[in-house]
Ligand binder design. Structure first.
Ligand code: GUN
Length: 292
């Protein structure tokens, strides 16, 4: 039976370290500043953004939130990003995705200064990670947090391990694969067109599921002793809890995978809390760089 990886605890450790370092940086006269921008009223995005702003305050950051109407013209959003890029009190800019359809998300992301791109989505930071310049990159928060959990579990030397990443998104799958490659894993990225996905997953010492499909990865897809990182957060009906009730599940059938894995992240309480913690860590790094 697997060790259950306590992402909530690791995230709390990261936040405690960031909070301490923020106090030290304040002695130099620098307070990390994080600007979070949300366009429209997507309920899930509102919850995420509120918790990012709240956590930034708890770390001792200067935390600002810009809430724009759903019909905000793209030019207005680009103008706001221009102001934030130029504001010396702001070290991190996060534009919550998804954006409304009339806005070109790519154009907005690329307008963020790479020096303040704490999401790690600009071409400069993607390029740094892709060329193995991990130390100088801002790494997207969910894969960065997943990597920390993997290293805590398996140690820092992942050399030669076989890693399978299921999902090829720009936010999780691709940067996760690049991080594992930079750590000398043998990496395969699987996606919806992959043939015989169960057999491929069974080759993985490290299996990362990031597809957004509830409980897709079954127990018999998991190699005995593998480290399983479940990035999925899916809300599904839970009639057993009462009419209309729901519950959260990951992309992995936890009960089944638990029987075979060496270690596995739960949902909730695994990767989820790490995402916000790594956003705080990235913002602190940005402020430290600005402080010189
Ligand atoms: N929407 C879902 N995940 C993320 C994320 O990591 N960053 C941003 N900006 N938006 C998201």
């Amino acid at each position: 039976m697997a060790n259950i990886i306590d992402g909530k605890q690791v995230a709390e450790d990261v936040i405690a370290t960031v909070t301490k370092a923020t106090a030290t940086l304040a002695e130099k006269g620098v307070t990390p500043g994080l600007a979070v921008v949300i366009v429209g009223e997507d309920p899930a995005s509102q919850v995420y953004v509120a918790s990012k702003s709240k956590k930034a305050k708890a770390c001792g950051f200067h935390s600002v939130q810009h809430t724009l109407a759903a019909d905000t013209p793209q030019a207005d959003l680009l103008a706001l990003i221009g102001h934030l890029n130029a504001d010396p009190a702001i070290h991190g800019i996060l534009v919550q995705l998804p954006l409304p359809d009339h806005i070109d998300a790519g154009a907005v992301i690329q307008a963020i200064s790479p020096d303040k791109d704490v999401d790690g989505f600009t071409f400069v930071n993607v390029g740094r990670l892709g060329t193995g310049e991990v130390a100088s990159a801002f790494v997207p928060c969910t894969p960065a947090g997943s990597m920390l959990l993997i290293e805590r579990e398996r140690g820092r030397d992942l050399s030669g391990l076989s890693a399978v990443v299921v999902g090829r998104s720009n936010i999780v799958g691709k940067p996760m694969a690049n991080l594992l490659l930079a750590a000398n894993c043998t990496v395969t990225v699987a996606h919806s067109r992959t043939k015989d996905l169960p057999a491929l997953c069974r080759t993985a010492d490290i299996l990362v599921a990031a597809v957004g499909r509830p409980e897709m990865v079954r127990g018999d897809w998991v190699k005995e002793g593998a480290t399983v990182i479940d990035v999925g957060i899916n809300r599904i009906p839970a009639p057993e809890k009462g009419e209309g009730k729901t519950r959260l599940v990951g992309d992995v059938a936890f009960g089944e995978a638990f029987e075979r894995a060496g270690a596995i992240t739960p949902v909730p309480g695994g990767v989820g809390p790490m995402t916000i913690a790594m956003l705080m860590a990235n913002t602190l790094v940005s402020a430290s760089r600005a402080a010189g």
